[in-house]
Design a protein around this ligand. Structure first.
Ligand code: ADP
Length: 497
């Protein structure tokens, strides 16, 4: 039984080659690609963060310009309420309302938003107290000239360096910021949503959102999220190469595993072969020795017995000779040294010659040769000895692997000019899964073992190689338990009339 360390030692070249040329480079490259992707990602994320900060600064500057210079001119009646701070009083020019500071400093509970044009009463009750508190905070530098009133959903702004101010509805502000943000992120890999931090108005709740606050308007926030998957060539190339490298590594390992397990099975078959061959030699040798010893002892004197002994000796010697021939031929075929000497022959004659050997053996009487159909001559272009050996191998197997009394039929015929011979038995048969493998060298199906039949596992491999050398075919049709039919088919003879 081959053991794994042995097999590994014998395959160390293949293993070293696959490891050095395939697995190690794949692992190293895979690692590098993976690290490249990782650092690429980290770098990209870092750059994105920086860019997002920049965008926040740009938007803030934009917003300031808009709030402190543009908006009062651009935004008119809807959502806009202008006021002038004049000493202690705040005047609303559009409403002709001027309110003394002392008169009302408790805000009326909030009831409406600045969606429609306010009337004098809402101005007085809603906005006035809030503007008052805004101005107070502004003076104590607690706001940067603009303040967001959450429940009012409005911005109160005082234009720097003037006593002018105005109230702006948040929806107008959000509209403006959204369009500006859209412009700023147009060519970026992410998009942004402007929102009011406290209320979360318009803010998205996605998981990979990055929130950035504005410096002066801390009540605003921008939520940056990646744009839906764009195609990143560099990243994809790295990813694909990682996949390819993984595949190569896996294939390398599979290849190595197969090489090692193949080697293990061949090694096993070789061990079986050596013990099978020794066994094949030992049986006739022990018979010969026993016969010779009896002859030497002088105890066998009857002429008939002597003749039987000599006959047996010849049979066993021939059996040994056939075995040696088989081994030598196989060795020659294996190294491609076997030369066939082709000549035209009648297959029927070769069959007859092959069968004759068995008529003088213990198998005598079991062979049945079916006469050829005269209409089709069974001519072949063949190496006579090699083909006789093939037929003998098939006959020997048919006899070995079937019950002692059963018949083995040999039929020779031609089909459309191609001669063939069939050896049919009623034996144990060959399982479908073994029908290809039995032509491999050293392979013995488990039916042979089950029957305890001796053999070397090279007979059919030899037949296959000889038939290949003749441009012919060896095929089997078999079903376990009911017998087998092995057929040798020869190529058509060219130029035959
Ligand atoms: P072996 O020396 O073992 O007979 P072969 O190469 O001639 O070697 O045959 C290979 C295997 O094929 C055998 O071990 C046996 O399992 C199977 N085999 C061959 N011929 C027959 C047959 N006629 N019937 C059943 N099994 C067969």
């Amino acid at each position: 039984m081959p053991n794994l360390p042995d097999v590994l030692r014998r395959n160390r070249r293949v293993i070293a080659f696959v490891t050095v040329m395939v697995i190690l480079p794949s692992l190293v490259l895979g690692l590098l690609a993976f690290r490249a992707i990782r650092s690429e990602e980290v770098q990209q994320r870092f750059q994105e963060r920086q860019r997002q900060q920049e965008i926040a600064v740009l938007l803030e500057a934009d917003l300031k310009t808009w709030l402190f210079t543009q908006a009062p001119k651009g935004a008119i009646a809807d959502g806009l309420l202008r006021f002038t701070v004049d000493g202690d009083s705040i005047t609303f020019p559009d409403f002709n309302v001027a309110i003394e500071r002392a008169r009302n400093n408790t805000p009326v509970p909030f009831t409406t938003e600045l969606d429609s044009v306010p009337d004098a009463r809402t101005v007085q009750e809603l906005y006035y107290p809030r503007i008052l508190s805004f101005i107070r905070d502004f003076k104590s530098s607690q706001n940067a000239g603009a303040q967001y009133f959450r429940r009012l959903k409005a911005m109160i702004v005082q234009i720097p360096g003037t006593n002018q101010g105005y109230v702006l509805s948040s929806s107008k502000l959000l509209d403006y910021s959204a369009s500006r943000l859209n412009d700023l992120t147009r060519s970026e890999a992410f998009s942004g949503v402007f929102s009011i931090a406290e209320t979360g108005e318009t803010s998205p709740a996605a998981a990979d959102v990055v929130l950035v606050n504005l410096n002066d308007f801390t009540f605003f926030q921008i939520a940056f999220a990646p744009k839906p998957a764009g195609f990143n060539l560099r990243r994809n190339i790295l990813l694909y190469s990682l996949v390819v490298l993984t595949l190569v590594t896996v294939l390398g390992i599979v290849f190595m595993y197969r090489a090692v397990s193949y080697e293990m099975s061949v090694s096993q078959l070789r061990t079986d072969f050596v013990s099978a061959v020794s066994h094949e030699f030992r049986t006739p040798l022990s018979t010969i020795l026993a016969l010779v010893e009896r002859l030497e002892s002088g105890r066998v004197s009857e002429a008939e017995m002597l003749q039987r002994y000599h006959q047996s000796l010849r049979q066993e010697a021939r059996r040994l000779g056939l075995l040696v021939d088989k081994l030598l031929d196989f060795a020659q075929l294996e190294v491609g040294k076997k030369k066939f000497s082709f000549e035209r022959a009648n297959l029927q004659e070769l069959v007859q010659e092959a069968a004759n050997v068995f008529e003088q053996s213990s198998f005598a009487g079991r062979l049945e040769l079916i006469p050829v159909d005269a209409a089709e001559p069974t001519l072949v272009n063949a190496d006579r000895m090699a083909i006789i050996q093939c037929i003998q191998n098939l006959i020997e197997n048919a006899l070995k692997y079937s019950p002692a009394e059963s018949k083995v039929t040999i039929r020779c015929d031609a089909n459309d000019g191609a001669a063939f011979v069939e050896v049919v038995d009623q034996g144990i048969g060959v399982k479908a899964r073994d029908q290809q493998k039995i032509f491999d060298k050293f392979y013995r199906a488990d039916n042979a073992q089950a029957l305890n039949v001796q053999g070397t596992g090279i007979g059919l491999a030899l037949v296959k190689r000889i038939m290949d050398g003749h441009g012919g075919l060896v095929t089997v049709v078999s079903s376990p338990g009911s017998g087998s039919c092995f057929r040798l088919t020869f190529p058509k003879i060219k130029g035959r009339s």
